[in-house]
Design a protein around this ligand. Structure first.
Ligand code: PEP
Ligand code: MN
Length: 348
């Protein structure tokens, strides 16, 4: 819908908007009111070039879009009945719990094997473990290809599918070849459109699920959902949105907790939402409250960093990994809240 600054556009300006709109395969339908005339764009109004040309005209107040900018991930898309299943959980039918270490220590694989077993016993459905790490400081541990073997061995020992972050095409290939079931796109790469396209192309035709973190700097909802659209566009729409806190931080927390965006996302997209409270608050003691708040807000699951001995961990684990006991209690309470919100769901 084109809303001009004046009540009615003179014929030469109507001609100008008509030319722009018709160049994109749409046409203009004036809607004449008693005082004001506005101009509907009839056709697929998602053409960005058309919209920005119209917005650039000095006599145009604004363009209101009726159609969503995303075609596949939109709540009204035909894909809205698409079901994503991982670790025996179909999202939306039962809560999904992803848990494990931030970072696998290749020098001490024993901790990861113990953590894997402990998170399974605590009720996790998917095991997470960072093989390659996006570190703010270039001198911090960056990860190690050998950790991929440890991750897959832990998967074999526990029977849990695994989630790990990939940051480039080489890592993507290694992870898929090894049998990683869930690929994580980190907050720093959440708007790396080349990587999103590479991941989309690589997971097309597979059962792989992508866990897409929200970008670091308070990105808009549409920016977040559009990033998922990049991946889905290649043919595999199994993308799970993962709010993980934004920057700047709420004083005292690592980031600004953003689990409150869950209901807003759910108005626009059918994509399941699994919240990461660990990176949101950044300290183990605050993780359970954030996790439970996320489920109260309507999250379909949680991704929680956990470690059998957090103080012996590397990466984020010494600060924000919860112990298996704390994880088990959080999962227990989260399930109870989830069940209250879904009274019709079968009891686990
Ligand atoms: C992580 O999951 O360990 C991680 C680095 O997350 P994020 O990309 O959200 O910072
Ligand atoms: Mn981490």
């Amino acid at each position: 819908m084109i809303l001009p600054k004046v009540n009615r556009l003179p014929p030469e300006q109507v001609r100008e908007i008509t030319e722009i709109v018709e160049a994109s395969g749409c046409h203009v339908q004036p809607i004449v009111g008693a005082v004001r005339t506005i101009y509907a764009i009839v056709g697929d109004e998602r053409d960005e070039l058309m919209i920005s040309r119209l917005e650039g005209l000095p006599y145009i107040e604004r363009i209101d879009r009726i159609q969503s900018p995303f075609k596949l991930m939109d709540i009204r898309s035909d894909l809205s009945t698409h079901q994503i299943t991982i670790g025996g959980v179909t999202l939306g039918k039962a809560p999904l719990f992803i848990a494990g270490q931030c970072t696998i220590d290749p020098k001490n694989p024993g901790y990861f094997y113990e953590t894997a077993q402990a998170v399974k016993e605590a009720g996790a459905n998917v095991l997470r473990g960072g093989v390659w790490k996006p570190r703010t400081n270039p001198y911090s541990f960056q990860g190690d290809d050998r950790s991929l073997d440890i991750l897959m061995e832990a998967s074999r020992r526990t029977g849990l599918p695994v989630d790990t972050e990939v940051m480039d095409e080489d890592q993507l290939k290694l992870a898929l070849d090894a049998g990683v079931s869930m690929l994580q796109v980190g907050a720093r790469n959440a708007l790396n459109y080349s990587l999103l396209r590479q991941i989309g192309a690589a997971v097309a035709g597979r059962k792989t699920v992508v866990l897409l973190k929200r970008s670091l700097h308070m990105g808009t909802l549409n920016e977040f959902i559009s990033a998922a659209e990049y991946i889905a566009n290649f043919g595999n729409p199994s993308v799970v949105l993962c709010p993980r806190g934004t920057s700047p931080a709420l004083d005292g927390y690592r980031n600004h907790p953003d689990e409150s965006i869950v209901p807003l996302l759910k108005e626009r997209t059918w994509a399941p939402v699994v919240v990461d409270p660990s990176h949101s608050v950044g300290k183990a003691a605050y993780v359970p409250a954030c996790a439970l708040a996320a489920v109260a807000y309507g999250a379909d699951g949680l991704c929680i960093e956990a470690h059998v001995q957090p103080s012996k961990g590397i990466g984020d684990d010494p600060k924000q990994a919860v112990t298996p006991d704390a994880l088990a209690e959080t999962i227990r309470l989260a399930r109870a809240i989830w069940t209250l919100r879904h009274p019709a769901a079968p009891r686990a």
